[in-house]
Design a binder for this molecule. Structure first.
Ligand SMILES: NC(=O)c1ccc[n+]([C@@H]2O[C@H](COP(=O)([O-])OP(=O)(O)OC[C@H]3O[C@@H](n4cnc5c(N)ncnc54)[C@H](OP(=O)(O)O)[C@@H]3O)[C@@H](O)[C@H]2O)c1
Length: 226
């Protein structure tokens, strides 16, 4: 098996590159049709990764919505939902969060060495807590996921996590959904945090699709042949 999974990074953003607004409520950026598409994409991966801040602020469920997709996964011997993965430095994760409470698939937490024992004690049997080094070693984390049978990993944000994966050069495919609105608030989180890495190489635009009032741009890593 490959030493790292194929990494698909997925994001919905405003026309000005924000992934939420600055309020406590999550801003709905995409639409029902796109949420159904995301459900299908999720059904095709082995694991979904979000940052600890997204677990805290959005309390996402990260389980498949469509029963047919769960049945299809079961029929091919997979977990009915993709494995859930998160990353934390602070260890501030609530065992009651939907991330840990919902779905039948395993949950994995990559924690910095300094917090791993505290997080493991707090979460008990709810998650497998793995020492991710200090600083966090992304290649090692991806190797660990591959050793657990994860061949396709979907990275769903937020901004710090997008930035981490893009800066490390570990994104094979990028799905950007552009919603027809502006946020225009510097306090709001952005798709990628500015200044975190130098300008990257060009990617290949593989698809442009209209999804209701949104646009999906699908990119593959690397430049297309001229
Ligand atoms: N539109 C979209 O597609 C989309 C998708 C997901 C989320 N969002 C939005 O994104 C926002 C959250 O984004 P965010 O950037 O604040 O947070 P985030 O990326 O969800 O999570 C960041 C957290 O992950 C942990 N982390 C990240 N890199 C790490 C490293 N190298 N070492 C150790 N820990 C690390 C830290 O957790 P600790 O703090 O525990 O140390 C850090 O605070 C929310 O507003 C959410 O609604 C939007």
């Amino acid at each position: 098996m490959s030493s790292r999974p194929y990494v698909l990074l997925s994001v919905a953003m405003s026309l000005d590159g924000y992934i939420d607004d600055a309020s406590a409520e999550r801003l709905l950026l995409s639409n029902a049709e796109d949420l159904a598409r995301v459900d299908e994409v999720r059904a095709g991966v082995d694991a979904i990764l979000v940052g600890a801040n997204t677990v805290r602020s959005d309390n996402p469920r990260l389980v498949l919505r469509e029963p047919r997709l769960r049945e299809q996964r079961r029929a091919r011997g997979d977990h009915p939902d993709p494995i859930k993965v998160t990353i934390t430095g602070s260890g501030d994760l609530d065992p009651q969060a939907n991330f840990f409470q919902l779905g039948e698939s395993p949950k994995i937490v990559y924690a910095l060495s300094s917090t791993v024992s505290t997080v493991a004690a707090r979460l008990g049997t709810l998650a497998d807590v793995v020492d991710a080094g200090d600083p966090l070693d992304v290649p090692k984390m991806l190797e660990d996921l591959a050793s657990r049978g994860v061949r396709r990993l979907m990275v769903e944000g937020g901004g710090a996590i997008h930035t981490l994966f893009l800066a490390a050069g570990f994104v094979d495919e990028l799905h950007v959904v552009v919603a027809p609105l502006f946020v225009a608030d510097e306090r709001a989180p952005r798709f990628v945090n500015p200044g975190a890495f130098p300008v990257t190489a060009r990617m290949t635009l593989a698809e442009v699709r209209q999804i209701g009032d949104c646009a999906l741009l699908r990119y593959l890593s690397g430049e297309a042949d001229a």
